[in-house]
Design a protein around this ligand. Structure first.
Ligand code: 13P
Length: 267
């Protein structure tokens, strides 16, 4: 059973104070509403500095926090890096691995991303592996091949027993922060192909892996994606910074694809 998932990636935005203002906007609504059946799982990825404060502030709600990046190393002389166990200690349950901004601006390779996925699992965190093609790759007809390679290499260090705790996010690079969202049909085609790749790697266990869409998601376009059975939720950048817009997206997901059982009501 794949519970729909709505995740906000704040990237390099918000101070601790701004994160707390966001959470008080969210908390009152969520405390009541998300305890009713059918709500998606909700995640926020603040910058590292706001993690402990935000996770404390959201403790009374079912909203979980995660980190945007982690080191593949466990500890030691790695100036500027943060390990999975440190993230766990700061209240994280999830961590993003291989976001396109990490790949394209900071030079992370598929191999590095695979090591980060492994490090996340070793620290008992759910990795969200991001994959997606550039505009040039799409124009050249390489989308499915690019996403296949990113999926295979990102999940290479994962066993079939573990893969159910991984989430994959299909985020076409050309749709990120541009206002140019993918068409739901196109996202569906790529996501089906990613699931086929995982089925070759993990057999039946691939059925349990949630695959999200990300790239210019807003409250006015989320419904089209959620009407696709194969799309399990969204990873949201800009629209997750405003609590009201973020909640509108959460509500659209709840209406379009009610979860079989509210995540807030226990297993
Ligand atoms: P936008 O929603 O701002 O396009 O960003 C998407 C993204 O990169 C989420 O990780």
């Amino acid at each position: 059973m794949r519970i729909p998932l709505v995740a906000g990636n704040w990237k390099m935005n918000k101070t601790i104070g701004e994160a707390l203002t966001f959470s008080s906007g969210l908390s009152a609504f969520l405390k009541e509403e998300t305890r009713k059946p059918g709500w998606p799982e909700i995640l926020i990825f603040p910058p590292f500095t706001a993690l402990p404060a935000l996770s404390g502030a959201l403790a009374e709600t079912e909203v979980k926090v995660g980190a945007q990046n982690l080191s593949w190393e466990k500890r030691g002389a790695f100036t500027g890096e943060i390990s999975g166990s440190m993230l766990k200690d700061a209240g994280c349950e999830y961590v993003i691995a291989g976001h396109s901004e990490r790949r394209h601006i900071f030079g992370e390779t598929d191999e590095v991303v695979g090591r980060k996925v492994r490090a996340a699992l070793d620290a008992d965190l759910h990795p969200i592996l991001c994959v997606g093609e550039t505009f040039e790759q799409r124009e050249a007809g390489e989308t499915l091949a690019v996403c296949r390679t990113m999926t295979e290499m990102g999940l290479a260090p994962v066993t079939p027993d573990e893969v159910g705790s991984v989430v994959v996010a299909y985020e076409p690079v050309w749709a990120i922060g541009t206002g140019r969202d993918a068409k739901p049909d196109d996202a569906e085609e790529v996501i089906d192909s990613i699931r086929d790749t995982m089925a070759r790697m993990f057999k039946d266990a691939a059925k349990d892996v949630r695959i999200l869409y990300g790239g210019s998601v807003k409250s006015i376009n989320i419904r089209g994606f959620m009407l696709k059975e194969t799309i399990d939720g969204a990873l949201i950048g800009g629209s997750s910074l405003d609590p009201e817009e973020f909640l509108r997206i959460v509500v659209e997901v709840q209406k379009t694809r009610p979860a079989p059982k509210s995540f807030g009501q226990g297993e």
